[in-house]
Structure formats: structure tokens, C-alpha cells
Design a protein around this ligand. Structure first.
Ligand code: SF4
Length: 383
């Protein structure tokens, strides 16, 4: 991955902006307290929250129901938007991929996936990722930094504004998945803060029940999440049925091996609501983890821990320079049949946005590779 580290100039210029308070990650109550520190009444905080979160306005000047003097003051001391779109690509299947930059010049990737009955937005929790999953391009960036709650919320606002326009209610429901760059459970506080802000009925009103967080298996945080009442759904990326292979594909397994991970999943399972299921994701890598024997090992692993989960089989999305190929359709089907014959509910995920490198494991694909595709929006045009 040809990632360009931030230039000293970028950082210097943006540090000056950092002194302004980022408002997108504040709850309604926090925003009320904030405007009160500016000498404004509480109802101005509620107005501001509705403008930023419900109408998704990203510029104080656009909030015409606030007095001009307050808009000017806010522009001096606060920020309604910090992420900038660097580039945007639209797939033949309608999937949109955004490459954004933080105020300090770090990459953030977000994917909007339109579906018949709802839209799904796949957001990032970190810039880069500290984990070293060998089938994932983002791993090659390493961790640049964790994103703030505001930067998480902004990704959703930007995607919805691009699809429907600022201030326009999305015609379908919105599901969120924390499956972009980063390990969400290594940024749990900011993630939960962002989800609480987005759940507010006077804001985006995307409730935790519409959100799925995918983890590589950070066991202590899975246990923390199990104790959280307003928590999202959980998905665990397995990728291998044995410690030996998982140590190779997902080195986090050396820290928290499969038995420990599944014991934590069992604790989490006890907190599931009626109809809710734990999901295990299994990326299918040709002749690496897709044999009949490995399907039986996976079924035995889940059954041994007595976990009533569903398994999502994810055909690997090839992306240079990763050394893996996707399993054939016939192999995926056979793997699925073996799991189902052992009582495991199994689904195959249809890849979306492969042509724009928006599919799972492809984020952080070289931008140069994309230059011939339909780049529909110039840099910063909708941020
Ligand atoms: S698969 Fe997820 S956890 Fe693993 S390196 Fe990639 S972004 Fe990080």
C-alpha cells in the first residue's frame, strides 16, 4: 500500500484548527451544556443538535434558524465537520466508496451499500489497524490512530448526505456495520459514544439494534460489551477452525486463542435478546481454510462450545498484494452444506463493490488502481 504519511505542513496547519471544539461527537445534553458556556439558552443547544444530527448540516452558516451572531461565534470556536472527502468511487452495483482524510491528514474509509429495503453503511473505527490479519489490506497500514466519536458519526452523515442530500430523510432504514478499517473493540469508548449520539430520536435515530460491530476477538472488550445495556450486535471474525491456522491468519489469536474467545462468546450469548444471534464471519480462502475437514472442524468447534450462532461465509475479495485467492463457488457451497448438516445456520455473503475495492478486506487498496474507474466527486466536494 502506497500510503503517504502526513507532511509536517499538513499537521502544522491542522493543529491550529484543533483548538476549536468538535461538536459532531457530542450528545444533545453535552451540546446544551456547551452552548450555555457561550451564554446561550438551552433551547439553542437543542436546535443545534437537530441541525447537526437530524438535518446533517456540516456548516454553521447553513443553520439559518440560529441567529447570525451565534453562527459566527460557533465558526470561531467550534467545528461542525472535520473529515474531508479525498475521493469517491461508485461501483456498477451502486456501492459507493469514500476515501476521507482527518484534520491531521490520516485516511478514513467508508462504504455505502444500497439495498432494496435498507441501506448499509460500513464505517471505520480507526485509521489503519494495529492487528495483522494476513488477508486484509488495511493491516499493512498499521495503526495510525483511533477515530474520535465525532469522526465516526461524520462518516455516516457524509455517506447519507451524498446519497440523499443534507436535510433529506433517507427513504429507507439505515443499518450500520463497524467492518471498515480498524478493530472497533480497541476503540470501544469512542464507538459507544458515537452510537449513543446516533441513537438519539432527535438526531440520526439509528438505534443500536441496527448496528453490528465486527471484532477480530478482543476478549476483555467482548466481556465489557456483554455488560453494556445499549449495545450493538456482535460479529466475530474467525477465519480458521484451529489455533494453528488462526495464529497464522489472525495473529491476535496468539493472545486470545479460540477456546478463550469462544468462552467469551458464550458469556455474550447469555445477553442476547429474543431473535438476536451472534454471528461468526469466515472469510473463504482458496485451499487455505476451505476444505471439507476444516468445515467439520469449524462445526465441531462451535458445537463443542454449545453456541447457537450463525456463520457468514465471505468469499475472499482478491486485492493485490495479498497472497490469497477466493474459494470457488462450489467449494463455498460444499462448506456451507457441511456446516448446515451439523446444525449450524450458514449464509453466504454476496460481495458488493468489488470493482471499486470496497468489499471486505479490500479497503486500503491502492488509490492508483482506482484511477480509471468512475470517480464521481472531486476532492472535498461534499465534505
Ligand atoms: S481484518 Fe479487521 S482487524 Fe484484521 S487487520 Fe483488517 S481491519 Fe484490522
Amino acid at each position: 500500500m502506497a500510503f503517504r504519511p502526513p507532511r509536517a505542513l499538513d499537521v502544522k496547519m491542522t493543529n491550529a484548527m484543533d483548538k476549536r471544539v468538535e461538536l459532531t461527537g457530542l450528545s444533545q445534553l453535552e451540546l446544551i451544556s456547551y452552548v450555555e458556556t457561550l451564554g446561550e439558552p438551552a433551547y439553542r443547544g437543542r436546535q443545534l443538535f437537530a441541525a447537526l444530527q437530524h438535518r446533517r448540516l456540516r456548516d454553521f452558516e447553513a443553520i439559518s434558524d440560529l441567529p447570525k451572531a451565534l453562527r459566527t461565534r460557533l465558526t470561531e470556536v467550534a467545528q461542525a465537520a472535520t473529515l474531508k472527502i479525498e475521493s469517491q468511487y461508485t461501483s456498477g452495483d451502486g456501492t459507493r466508496r469514500y476515501l476521507m482524510k482527518t484534520h491531521d491528514g490520516l485516511p478514513v474509509e467508508t462504504v455505502f451499500i444500497p439495498e432494496e429495503r435498507r441501506d448499509t453503511i460500513c464505517f471505520s473505527s480507526q485509521s489503519g489497524c494495529p492487528l495483522q490479519c494476513t488477508f486484509c489490506l488495511t493491516a499493512q497500514l498499521g495503526l495510525l490512530r483511533s477515530l474520535t466519536a465525532g469522526e465516526i458519526v461524520e462518516q455516516i452523515q457524509i455517506a447519507l448526505n451524498d446519497a440523499y442530500g443534507a436535510g433529506v430523510k433517507p427513504p429507507r432504514g439505515t443499518n450500520l456495520v463497524a467492518m471498515g478499517a480498524g478493530e472497533p473493540l480497541l476503540n470501544l469508548d469512542s464507538l459507544l459514544k458515537a452510537l449513543r449520539v446516533m441513537a438519539d430520536p432527535q438526531g440520526l435515530h439509528i438505534v443500536p439494534n441496527r448496528v453490528t460491530v465486527s471484532t477480530a476477538g478482543v476478549v476483555p472488550r467482548i466481556l465489557d460489551l456483554a455488560k453494556t445495556t445499549d449495545r450493538p450486535h456482535l460479529a466475530i471474525s474467525l477465519a480458521a477452525p484451529t489455533d494453528e491456522l488462526r495464529n497464522e491468519l489472525m495473529p491476535i489469536n496468539k493472545r486470545w486463542p479460540l477456546d478463550e474467545l469462544l468462552a467469551a462468546c458464550k458469556v455474550f450469548e447469555k445477553t442476547l435478546k429474543p431473535g438476536e444471534r451472534l454471528t461468526f464471519e469466515y472469510v473463504m480462502l482458496d485451499r487455505v481454510n476451505d476444505s471439507d475437514e476444516q468445515a467439520r472442524q469449524l462445526a465441531n468447534l462451535l458445537n463443542r462450545h454449545n453456541i447457537k450462532a450463525k456463520v457468514n461465509l465471505i468469499p475472499h475479495n482478491p486485492a493485490d498484494p495479498l497472497p490469497y485467492q477466493p474459494s470457488s463457488e462450489a467449494t463455498v457451497e460444499r462448506f456451507k452444506n457441511i456446516l448446515e448438516s451439523k446444525g449450524i445456520h450458514t449464509y453466504v455473503r454476496r460481495p458488493r463493490g468489488r470493482d471499486i475495492f470496497a468489499a471486505c478486506g479490500q479497503l486500503a487498496a491502492r488509490q492508483g488502481t482506482l484511477s480509471n474507474l468512475s470517480q464521481t466527486t472531486p476532492i472535498g466536494a461534499i465534505s
